[in-house]
Structures are given as structure tokens and as C-alpha cells.
Design a protein around this ligand. Structure first.
Ligand SMILES: [Zn+2]
Ligand SMILES: [Zn+2]
Length: 158
């Protein structure tokens, strides 16, 4: 057992002792306080509360230090599945959003044929019906979508 573990064991033992003694003193103090009502004089052992309460506090603190690793391990064990479950819930939503964004971005570059088929932005012919998707501008020779009314390059009417 190394020094660190030894200290922790000391904290645990002291914590229990403080908590126990503090509890007993507090009970004596409170009992004496209520007892004094019957005899209507100053509670003889009421001072025990003033020692008992802080002792319980110190005991609790020592125990929390002594059991720090156990508490941390317990917390980690309890929290890990929660995080995993949350990730399980979140990841499909993230995927949906991501694919929606991707579709939204790629849709702009797609060449939709009059038959309804979506073709790649550089497609010349429709992959579904074989129709020509682009025309050539008679003024500048640029390749323009077949449904364009004006050439995006030179502005001539097609
Ligand atoms: Zn088509
Ligand atoms: Zn043109």
C-alpha cells in the first residue's frame, strides 16, 4: 500500500470517527436541550451541539476525500452509458441534418431534366431519357443549360 492509499485509509477512518463522535455529541446536545424544557434551566450539555455539528461536517469532508476515487469511479460508471445513449439519440439527427445540407448544396449543382431525372452538373445528356441537357450559345459558344433563355456567359438570347 503506497502513501497515498495510506492517507486515504486514514481519511476514511478519521471520517467515520468524526462523524460518529459528532453524531453522538449532537444527539446529547439536542437531548439536553429538550430535557432542559422540563427542568426549565439552561441545557447542561447543549455545548455538545457546537462541537458535534462541526465534527459531523469535518467527518463528512474527510469521508468524501477518502472515498473520492470510489465516488469518481461510480460517477464515471453511471455517466458513461448516459453519454452513449445521448450520442445514440443525437447521431441520427446529426446525420439527417448533414445529409439534408449535403442534398441542399448538391441540388444547386444538379441538372434536372424535363423528365424529372436529376443529372450531375456536368452531364450533357440525361441519364434517364437520353435527352440533351445543354445547348451551345450561338454568340460565344459557351455550353449553357438547355432551358436557359439567356447565355450566362455573354447575355445573348438563346
Ligand atoms: Zn431526362
Ligand atoms: Zn454566350
Amino acid at each position: 500500500m503506497d502513501k497515498h492509499e495510506k492517507n486515504k485509509r486514514l481519511f476514511k477512518i478519521l471520517g467515520f470517527v468524526f462523524l460518529g463522535v459528532g453524531l453522538i455529541l449532537s444527539i446529547i446536545g439536542i437531548a439536553s436541550f429538550f430535557e432542559s424544557f422540563f427542568y426549565s434551566d439552561w441545557p447542561e450539555f447543549f455545548w455538545c451541539c457546537f462541537i458535534g455539528f462541526p465534527m459531523m461536517g469535518v467527518g463528512g469532508m474527510l469521508l468524501s476525500i477518502g472515498f473520492h476515487r470510489e465516488i469518481a469511479r461510480y460517477m464515471a460508471k453511471e455517466h458513461a452509458p448516459v453519454i452513449n445513449e445521448a450520442a445514440k439519440d443525437i447521431s441520427p439527427a446529426v446525420k439527417t441534418v448533414a445529409s439534408a445540407v449535403k442534398d441542399g448544396l448538391s441540388n444547386e449543382n444538379k441538372r434536372v431534366c424535363s423528365c424529372g431525372a436529376e443529372n450531375d452538373s456536368d452531364s450533357v445528356f440525361c441519364k434517364s431519357c437520353g435527352k440533351r441537357l445543354v445547348s451551345t450559345c450561338s454568340a460565344c459558344g459557351a455550353v449553357v443549360p438547355s432551358d436557359a433563355e439567356y447565355c450566362p456567359k455573354c447575355g445573348s438570347k438563346i
